[in-house]
Design a protein around this ligand. Structure first.
Ligand code: CAA
Length: 385
């Protein structure tokens, strides 16, 4: 693994940074305040190739690979975590599994419009009783001729309201537990498929988090991704890639807050000097820089393993765990550096603090990442570490 980005990755980084600074920054506070999905800027991200970075060009993506993806995602999240999660779900949780497990006909129909940014995809695994305990799926899909009939409810689905395509996990054979879970793509507009409530959230408020409802929803057999019973593996494989993306999102959030803290420490004066002269502030800034760099190295390593086609499940869990904890600590300390000003919206570290929290929760809580890491260590299966 090299520390240097290739010239192509540097170009992608510069493009993402410029786009985030010029197009996203001016609206970031407002879309957070109003919980408004940013259609225009997300569309432009599609035009820049950011919505299908890990998808081969043949299927509408830009085929840039996981390392370029985390570099770009970090730049977007540095300015707005909501844009970053929309990009992450489209790429990792929806696009990647369709590219990996779909047939060419399915890729053509369900992937190309999403990877090229003309439509959005979402990933519907979580249910009211199945969060961390993801094997505990209750949504049922019963075969009826050349269709399946879906009944059930999915919760906390990122981009659930805006997506044209949902990758939905259902039980096709309850007796087999997680080995009876099957994946389907359900298209918006299919009879019996409706969007329920959209959640009012602490952070990432401009991305929508919705409930998806299935009531005798008939889905053709051609929309089944993979074989019956392969669904849980498909979901977990997708989430491995997703965790690398969320790690990059967390690093971006932390970096934005850290940069603001350094700038503030250079200008704010207390006790006759700039606050950066005070050792206690210096320590907080130094801790932020070290943790961010550590999280970035872990994340680039996981992405490099993925690009090399090597196992990276444990590396992804480590990166996501460390980056999420870093984001929460850095944004908490960023408010501390700002004092009372950090507590008000004008200084933006308040938004970073709210946005950081979700990175410890979605795509597996920090506790689930520890479980994944510990299991692999104890089994002697040190994949990607
Ligand atoms: N890749 C492939 N297969 C995997 C896998 C992986 N990463 N992890 C587990 N599996 C397989 C196992 O090999 C096993 O298969 P077999 O039984 O056929 O051998 C099967 O899945 C079950 O695994 P476990 O026995 O380890 O199951 P468990 O219930 O003890 O633990 C878990 C599973 C690790 C806790 C898992 O349920 C998990 O990761 N939970 C967290 C769920 C999660 O991340 N949800 C996020 C929702 S999506 C989201 O947040 C999106 C968003 O909005 C942005």
């Amino acid at each position: 693994m090299t520390f240097d980005l290739t010239s192509e990755q540097q170009l992608i980084q510069a493009t993402a940074r410029e786009f985030a600074e010029t197009q996203i920054r001016p609206i970031a506070a407002e879309i957070d305040r109003d919980s408004r999905f940013p259609h225009e800027t997300v569309k432009r991200m599609g035009e820049l190739g950011l919505m299908g970075m890990v998808i081969p060009e043949r299927w509408g993506g830009s085929g840039a690979g996981a390392q370029a993806y985390v570099v770009a995602l970090e730049e977007i999240a540095r300015v707005c975590a909501s844009h970053a999660v929309v990009m992450s779900v489209n790429n990792s949780l929806y696009g990647d599994p369709i590219a990996r497990f779909g047939t060419d006909a399915q890729r053509e129909r369900f992937l190309t419009p999403v990877a090229s940014g003309h439509a959005h995809g979402c990933f519907a695994l979580t249910e009211p009783q199945a969060g961390s305990d993801a094997t505990n799926q209750a949504t049922l899909a019963v075969r009826d001729g050349d269709h399946y009939v879906l009944n059930g409810c999915k919760r906390f689905v990122t981009t659930g309201r805006e997506a044209s395509f949902a990758l939905v996990f259902c039980q096709t054979d309850r007796a087999k537990g997680h080995r009876g879970i099957t994946a389907f793509v359900v298209e918006k507009g299919t009879r019996g498929f409706t969007v329920g409530k959209t959640e009012d959230k602490l952070g990432i408020r401009a991305s929508d988090t919705a409930e998806l409802l299935f009531d005798d929803c008939r889905v053709p057999v051609q929309s089944r991704i993979g074989d019956e019973g392969q669904g849980f593996k498909i979901a977990m494989t997708a989430i491995d890639g997703g965790r690398v993306g969320i790690a990059a999102q967390a690093i971006g959030i932390a970096t934005g807050a850290y940069e603001r803290s350094v700038a503030y420490a250079r200008e704010r004066r207390a006790f006759g000097v700039i606050i950066g002269e005070h050792q206690m502030v210096q320590w907080m800034l130094a801790d932020m820089a070290v943790a961010i760099d550590g999280a970035r190295l872990l994340t680039r390593k996981a992405a490099a393993l993925k690009d090399a086609g090597r196992p990276y499940r444990t590396a992804a869990a480590m990166a996501k765990l460390f980056a999420a904890e870093t984001a929460m600590k850095v944004t908490t300390d960023a408010i501390q550096v700002h004092g009372g000003y950090g507590f008000i919206k004008e200084y933006e570290v308040e938004r970073a603090f709210r946005d950081a929290k979700i990175t410890q929760l979605y795509e597996g809580t920090s506790q689930i990442q520890k479980l994944v890491v510990a299991r692999h260590l104890l089994r002697g299966d040190h994949d990607g570490v």
